[in-house]
Write a protein that binds this ligand. Structure first.
Ligand SMILES: Cc1ncc(C[n+]2csc(CCOP(=O)(O)OP(=O)(O)O)c2C)c(N)n1
Length: 573
């Protein structure tokens, strides 16, 4: 329905009178959202009615956790906000893990949760859960909409907050009566958030200090994290690195922001990083962190971390600076802008020749390694072969566990945004639905979900989406018949007492795939592996691979808990 112009109107379009749910759908269109992931239920039914009427693309998950992880995968690959819509109560609590995951890994999400009517909020009404209270610490911001008049402003702010500064999840809790009430939909008013003004452009004096530090350093290292990906700053990073000849270490989430096969790339740092990456940080006289947050899996024991280094920390979130590591030169701002300014300022490169050749030698002496064992499939070998058959071009998504670490170690990511993993929260069940979202972000890409046999069972029901839409996601189960990473820790740190971590019996994964009309292939022998993977890639639709790998293989090298980066175990003898 068309209505009058209101006095504060800022554009020439007539302001429409819409229901709250109509406003939501109209806002999604204004924000350029082309796909949403969700699951209906009572409190959100008016919105689902609008989805039906307006024909917006909605992907029906089979569990809300699947919907939110798909939205995360979509966001990670597309760089656009992922949108997830669920009902109140259990629907909403089912997305809590995904929200926490997105928060710690800085993924832009707008999560709409239905809520009971404003008249009964606080009465323990049917399917009422306090989503504002529950998600307060795990959202970048959250809103409960109390009247339809404030809905356009809230939706606009939600998208703005989710996608600007350090990205993150924003939750909008939408009571049923608000979604049914009608009001004026003015989406053109300027956003006015005086308390939220992320710093994008860094201080030039700080930038000069970084360049000065670079020109005097003999052993500099860059630690590049996901902030480089979020800031779309990979090209600038490569230019800066090549100009100054500074070696690069990636965090787990930063993989792909710098070419994995570049001469100056040392690999991933941290618990299961490369020996060279960790030793480089240990010996560095200058450590430049860009868009990384020094999490404990990266640093190991802080008392031993980068003992010789002056620390530069470039981050868009000022709260990260000095949180874990004392910083000599803080730079608050966007990674791309910071690198552009570093290049503009054109500092003098330092003399790093000796340092770089020392690290090259370490790289050659201590590569990632594993032992072959007859016809037994080694998981590392599986990842190398997946890299081979996809020319390193696939989007790879994982859960958490051993398969995640082997993927990070052995699939060399040469391009940004090919790597989707649950880093900070370490969420089992993330990888497969995230692959679904990734496939929507890039319909033409080869998307491979590398999962553990345990984690896959947490969200396997989303095979329904592949079946329904013939979505060509390839599922590779690294099947070690156990909770592999748990088993490894029990072996190493709990006297080989394998408490509840071994699967005496497993589902027939091939038959499970077939139940969803998905092609299933089981591989037991190394000599069959390449051909089977090629068959998977050649198949135009979805495929599930059940790869029986060595059951007791451990992820090495490793920094044991409490140890420093220089105390890695399991390096190549
Ligand atoms: C939801 C959830 N529950 C428990 C854990 C603890 N955990 C971390 S790794 C792991 C084992 C994963 O096993 P699997 O999925 O088979 O992968 P693998 O380590 O064998 O590659 C467990 C239980 C977790 N990370 N997430």
């Amino acid at each position: 329905m068309k209505v009058k112009k209101n006095e504060e109107q800022t554009s020439n379009e007539p302001i429409e009178e819409l229901s709250g749910s109509g406003m939501l759908i109209a806002a999604l269109a204004k924000e350029g959202v082309d796909v949403i992931f969700g699951y209906p239920g009572g409190a959100i039914l008016p919105t689902y009615d609008e989805i039906y009427k307006k024909g917006i693309r909605h992907i029906l998950a089979r569990h809300e956790q699947g919907a939110i992880h798909a939205a995360q995968g979509y966001a990670r690959v597309s760089g656009k906000p992922g949108v997830c819509i669920v009902t109140s109560g259990p629907g909403a609590t089912n997305v809590v893990t995904g929200i926490a995951d997105a928060m710690i890994d800085s993924l832009p999400l707008v999560v709409i949760t239905g809520q009971v009517a404003t008249t009964v909020i606080g009465t323990d009404a049917f399917q009422e859960a306090d989503m504002i209270g529950i998600t307060m610490p795990i959202t970048k911001h959250n809103y409960q909409v109390r009247s339809v008049e404030e809905l356009p402003r809230i939706l606009k702010e939600a998208f703005h907050i989710a996608t600007t500064g350090r990205p993150g999840p924003v939750l909008v809790d939408l009571p049923k009566d608000v979604s049914l009430a009608t009001g004026l939909f003015d989406y053109d008013k300027e956003i006015d958030l005086p308390g939220y003004q992320p710093t994008i452009v860094p201080n030039r004096l700080q930038i000069r200090k970084v360049n000065e530090a670079v020109s005097t350093a003999k052993k500099p290292v860059i630690l590049a994290g996901a902030g480089v990906l979020h800031g779309n700053a990979s090209d600038e990073l490569v230019t800066f690195v090549e100009k100054n000849q500074i070696p690069v270490v990636n965090t787990l989430l930063g993989l792909g922001c710098f070419p994995g096969e570049h001469e100056l790339f040392l690999g991933m740092g941290g618990m299961h990083g490369t020996y060279t990456a960790n030793m480089a940080i240990h010996e560095a006289d200058l450590l430049i962190s860009i868009g990384a947050r020094f999490d404990d899996r990266l640093t190991g024991n802080l008392a031993h971390f980068a003992p010789e280094a002056r620390v530069v920390h470039i981050d868009i979130d000022p709260a990260e600076i000095g949180k874990n590591i004392e910083t000599e030169i803080p730079v608050v701002g966007d990674a791309k802008k910071a690198l552009q300014m570093l290049l503009e300022e054109n500092g003098e490169p330092g003399d790093t020749k000796e340092w770089c050749s020392k690290l090259q030698q370490l790289k050659q002496e201590y590569p990632l390694w594993y032992k072959e064992d007859g016809e037994t499939i080694k998981p590392q070998q599986l990842l190398e072969l997946i890299h081979d058959v996809t020319n390193g071009e696939a989007i790879v998504t994982t859960d958490v566990g051993q398969h995640q670490m082997w993927s990070a170690q052995f699939y060399k990511f040469n391009r940004p945004n090919r790597w989707v993993t649950s880093g900070g929260l370490g969420t089992m069940g993330f990888g497969f639905p995230a692959a679904i979202g990734a496939q929507f972000a890039e319909p033409e890409a080869t998307v491979i979900s590398v999962v553990g046999d345990a984690g896959f069972q947490m969200t396997a029901q989303e095979m329904s989406i592949l079946q329904e839409l013939n979505l060509p996601v390839k599922i590779v189960i690294v099947n070690n018949a156990s909770l592999g990473m748990v088993r490894q820790w029990q072996q190493l740190f709990h006297g080989e007492r394998y408490s509840n971590s071994l699967f005496p019996i497993q589902p027939n994964f091939v038959k499970l795939a077939e139940a969803y009309d998905i092609k299933g292939i089981r591989v037991d022998a190394k000599s069959d592996l390449r051909a089977a993977l090629e068959e998977m890639i050649a198949h135009p639709g979805p495929v599930l691979m059940d790869i029986r790998v060595a059951k007791e293989e451990n992820v090495y090298p490793m920094i044991a808990p409490g140890k420093g980066q220089h105390q890695m175990e399991g390096i190549k003898p």
